[in-house]
Design a protein around this ligand. Sequence first.
Ligand code: NDP
Length: 478
Amino acid sequence: MAKFEYAPAPESRAIVSLRESYGLFIDGEFSPGVDGRAFKTISPATEEVLAEVTEAGPADVDRAVTAARKAYEHTWSQLPGKERAKYLFRIARIVQEKARELAVLESLDNGKPIRESRDVDIPLVAAHFFYHAGWADKLEYAGYGPAPRPLGVAGQVIPWNFPLLMLAWKIAPALACGNTVVLKPAETTPLTALAFAEICQQADLPPGVVNIVTGAGETGRALVTHPGIDKVAFTGSTEVGKEIARACAPARKKVTLELGGKAANIVFEDAPVDQAVEGIVNGIFFNQGHVCCAGSRLLVQESVYTEVLAALRRRLETLRLGDPLDKNTDVGAINSAAQLAKIRELSEVGEAEGAQRWSPPCELPVKGFWFPPTLFTGVSQAHRIAREEIFGPVLSVLTFRTPAEAVEKANNTPYGLSAGVWTEKGSLILWMASRLRAGVVWANTFNKFDPTSPFGGYKESGYGREGGRHGLEAYLDV
Ligand code: NDP
């Protein structure tokens, strides 16, 4: 199938006014770091430097935690829920007002297609604040007792794949429950968190309730190990998650971890093929596959393998890779040189282990970090590409004959974050869902998110839930 010819449709970046450099957001103000260190954040699509950002050291983290403690004790925990709710509603509305600016900024700093930041990330950010604003004055009805208490100061560390959305998942429930926060965004994507700091100022949020400390892994380590932190929330790699769990255990901090995944997307022979192919594409090529719950292992029933693979290849030939700010783009840039190197390495391992690699014809831009949509067939369960999180646009295809075999293969992973099932039979969906060891099982869809729905994993995918009533538990003393 030939690609339609589309004229370029770039979203204007004029709506974003970047500062040359950004300080740390502590106690309601931007301030320089104590030791004057800084790093640059770049556009992964062009390698252009976007801004210089302060690297927070231990003394800065300490300032931020002190500010958060003061705000917790004197202001935020004293406010009735209905007053906290007003701030959260205000933040949600400002996010909506600035939606276009935030979407462009996110696509610039992260490399994700504007279609996704505009239609998925930013609307969900607003939805998370609206949803948790609704909870702030109703916590006694959440099932955690008549007067549930907040925990205190939350230290939150987030990754680069959904920068502003992960911030919303962390900050909205924390504030709704009466906690204050110090949040560290990922080194490669700090800009929307800093834009959020400006939104907090615009919303007149009391100083110290939200503090943003930029930096790399060392800043994250200083934050989660700070003795003034009562609760740690982390999203990122399983390796770092384990380190954090070990570091926090002696201090008995409450910890929630949302870690990696290697989800199975399971297609039965009675599934509508075109619909399933859309779900497979959305499952692994959405956000360049930088998704912890990505459907990175496709399990296809043997009887429809040839048909599904042919349809999938045809569909991949129509995907457009390129400028993240172009509204026609389906696949944007890989977030960093380091992530690109990891995807390349694991793909080479896949070939060396004997799997067959295929990508549609696809011209990659010369500058920036790019990887074509890639399929591996002939994959066995022992292959590293079937076991390890690649976190890129790479799909491993396996087959099965019976539902029991599908369950066994799907569960044959150290992870357990999500799974997808494609079939017309409701009874088979329920049978599968009750046997799959995954926090979320999508039926005839994939990568659907909603603030009312708890999200989280089993096994090495972490513990604790985010979203819904269950997500409140992580921020309450229960
Ligand atoms: P990390 O787990 O290293 O990063 C996640 C966050 O933790 C970032 O803000 C990072 O800072 C910070 N961090 C790093 N080290 C520490 C530490 N010792 N203590 C506290 N915070 C720390 O993930 P990477 O970005 O290195 O990605 C590596 C792999 O992890 C990916 O290839 C992917 O497989 C997986 N991953 C999974 C994610 C998920 O959503 N589950 C998200 C991101 C990655 P900084 O980025 O500034 O170094």
